[in-house]
Design a protein around this ligand. Structure first.
Ligand SMILES: *[C@@H]1O[C@H](CO)[C@@H](O)[C@H](O)[C@H]1NC(C)=O
Ligand SMILES: CC(=O)N[C@H]1CO[C@H](CO)[C@@H](O)[C@@H]1O
Length: 617
């Protein structure tokens, strides 16, 4: 007021200029503490948030005032479970940490850029946190905790950015909040394994992708907009009916006249037959057009002759648009590797490009390269072009999840590189190569074969690795998804290391169907479903492969969809005929025959082709 008064009384133009400058300076100075505050609030907010968390394993010990949650201006985090973008906290991913206590939503309001909140697989209890206060959240994952009670019907009213909501495996009761049905961006809704009651409200979203309300106490008619969902999304409820489940028992009296009620059955049956015929025909034509795609890697991956620079190794290949083809100016900024573990010395894609590289072979997804760093260990770089449906945030989120996995029988993911068209995943290099090589090609190379005890040790290691994946990634339908002998590497003293695990959420569906082993399982072939048992099936096949020394698929023309099962079929029929199925190289003796037969029976039970029989076991 006074400033304007002085200026408007216009004495001296010079004086007016000075006043204006002074005003600008004052405004600027006010801005400075604001900026400083923004830097410190993320830290303050999280420290406050931590106060109400019970953290028995002390997994949040890095959360202290001595560093900031995010490195200044970068995507690198200093604190465990914090996702950063440009120096600010973008997400919290506090999964599998044994946490309990209170989710202090009010303190999280201090994180202005927070878009993802995950506390999956912990011990949190009590009512649904009031997340509406964090209206900008895009992804909320609360699955597999002990939350309970009713959720207010309008709880999600203002969460207009919400894309993914996972509340599965808790104890929520009451109706499914109708405020969910209006969220414009919602694509994923996982409510399975709670005690929701009442009917399913009518969802207005057109493109719900992942929807699951199975294993609740719901009843009534499934809204027609959800009729195209998989039936497994609705099973295990009190009394749901209508498509995709059974029709509702019709309360209205039977219409008179048998003719029409017959027609009611005949017409749908005819329609289904015609649709099935057309689908079969289209499938047939497509199959003839498409080149056969192999799920099995060539077992021999030892073409180490092609020594070259990584750059040369990838240049001039039909795969255009590789990172090396970026213009030099854009390179440096675009080629930063994101590390998902802290226990590694950092390097850049540049360092890998400078390193000498060997093409290790081309697996189901694409080529892998071995790159030996000038200073440091050899790494394997795997190139994926089948991950471009997944957005940067979701990809980052999943890679970080994988980066937190740590088990003696898992090959650790070290870093990744993201570009819309392709992704590179960087793993440790394992000198000894894959189980497939040892089972199927050592014989010709004159090296000794694996003996029974080594094979047993390998089976045990694979089991432990799988069990760990099941425990750590309970939200994945098939925690491994691509288990086969070329994806089991053999480390020191033949310790098995699982590879290419947990990629199902980031591989494009259409590619996954052609490439991934999970999609060759009986569940998928018979019921179009991937289930928790899918990995068990591939585990059984791998044991059979280990015991018989035979390739699961030994004909390149395995156009028949279920050729992977041929090994189990062969073992069964050969055993029925009283013949030996075991690999002679294994050098069995009378003393271990009993053990071997036990393992063989376990393997056959895992590959039970009849999905229904399997369910009863
Ligand atoms: C839904 O969840 C159940 C577990 O409750 C699972 O068995 C089923 O396969 C899921 N269906 C889909 C389509 O995700
Ligand atoms: C999640 C899931 O299993 N979706 C499947 C539902 O069924 C259709 C076809 O029957 C498949 O294409 C989906 O993959």
């Amino acid at each position: 007021m006074s400033a304007r008064y002085v200026m408007s009384s216009a004495m001296d133009p010079r004086c007016r200029f000075l006043m204006t400058t002074l005003l600008v300076v004052v405004v600027l100075l006010q801005g400075v503490p604001l900026a400083l505050q923004a830097v410190s609030t993320d830290s303050d907010a999280l420290l406050k948030f931590k106060q109400s968390i019970v953290d028995p394993k002390n997994t949040l010990s890095s959360w202290d005032g001595s560093t900031t949650p995010c490195a200044t201006g970068s995507d690198k985090d200093n604190w465990a479970g914090v996702m950063c973008a440009g120096g600010t906290v973008r997400g919290l991913q506090l999964e599998n940490m044994g946490l309990s206590g209170l989710i202090d939503v009010d303190s999280l309001r201090g994180l202005s850029a927070l878009r993802t909140l995950s506390v999956m697989n912990n011990q949190f209890d009590g009512p649904m946190p009031d997340l509406a206060k964090l209206g900008m959240l895009k992804s909320v994952y609360l699955s597999n905790n002990k939350f309970s009670g009713q959720i207010a019907d309008n709880a999600f009213e203002d969460m207009l950015s919400l894309k993914k909501l996972h509340l599965a495996g808790n104890g929520f009761t009451g109706g499914i909040p109708t405020s969910l049905t209006n969220l414009p961006k919602l694509i994923d809704l996982r409510l399975e394994g709670n005690q929701f009651t009442g009917t399913i409200p009518v969802f207005k979203q057109k493109d719900l992708q992942d929807f699951n309300v199975s294993n609740n106490d719901l009843d009534g008619l499934i809204p027609s907009s959800l009729a195209k969902m998989n039936s497994s999304s609705f099973t295990g409820n009190k009394a749901l009916c209508g498509l995709p489940l059974n029709p509702c028992a019709d309360a209205s009296p039977e219409p008179p006249g048998k003719k029409s009620s017959h027609l009611n059955i005949i017409i749908p049956v005819v329609v289904i037959c015609v649709v099935a015929l057309i689908a079969g025909l289209v499938n047939c034509i497509l199959r003839h057009k498409r080149k056969p795609t192999s799920v099995e890697d060539p077992p021999v991956q030892s073409n180490h002759q092609k020594k070259s620079n990584f750059q040369e190794a990838t240049e001039g290949r039909p795969e255009a648009g590789s990172p090396e083809n970026l213009s030099p100016g854009r390179r440096a900024e675009n080629m930063k590797l994101s590390f998902v573990r802290d226990d590694r010395e950092k390097f850049d894609l540049q360092d890998l490009l400078k390193a000498s590289a060997e093409i290790l072979g081309s697996g189901s997804f694409g080529s892998s390269y071995k790159a030996a760093l000038l200073r440091g260990p050899a790494m394997v770089v795997k190139r994926f072009r089948q991950m471009n449906n997944v957005g940067r945030e979701d990809f980052q989120e999943h890679m970080r999840r994988l980066g937190r996995l740590s088990h003696p029988n898992l090959l650790p993911l070290v870093a990744y590189y993201y570009r819309k068209e392709e992704k590179l995943l960087v793993y440790d290099y394992i000198e000894r190569g894959s189980l497939a090589v040892h089972l199927h090609s050592n014989h010709s190379s004159g090296k000794p074969s694996l003996d029974w005890l080594t094979r047993l040790k390998i089976v045990k290691g694979i089991t432990r690795g799988l069990l760990y994946l099941y425990n750590e990634l309970p939200n994945l339908m098939a925690p491994h998804g691509h288990l086969k002998s070329s994806n089991v590497l053999l480390g020191d003293s033949f310790k098995p290391l699982l590879n290419d695990y947990a990629l199902m959420p980031v591989i494009n569906r259409e590619n996954a169907r052609d490439l991934m082993l999970a999609y060759k399982s009986p569940e998928y072939l018979q019921h179009d479903r991937i289930t928790k048992k899918t990995d068990v099936w591939s585990f059984g096949i791998i044991i059979l492969e280990i015991l018989t020394g035979k390739l699961p698929v030994n004909t390149p023309q395995h156009m028949e969809r279920n050729m992977e099962d041929s090994l189990a079929v062969w073992v069964r029929s050969t055993m029925d005929a009283g013949d030996n199925v075991l690999d002679k190289e294994m050098k069995t003796t009378a003393s271990n025959e009993n053990e071997i037969n036990k393992l063989l029976r376990i393997a056959l039970a895992c590959c039970e082709p009849d999905v229904e029989t399997e369910a009863r076991h």
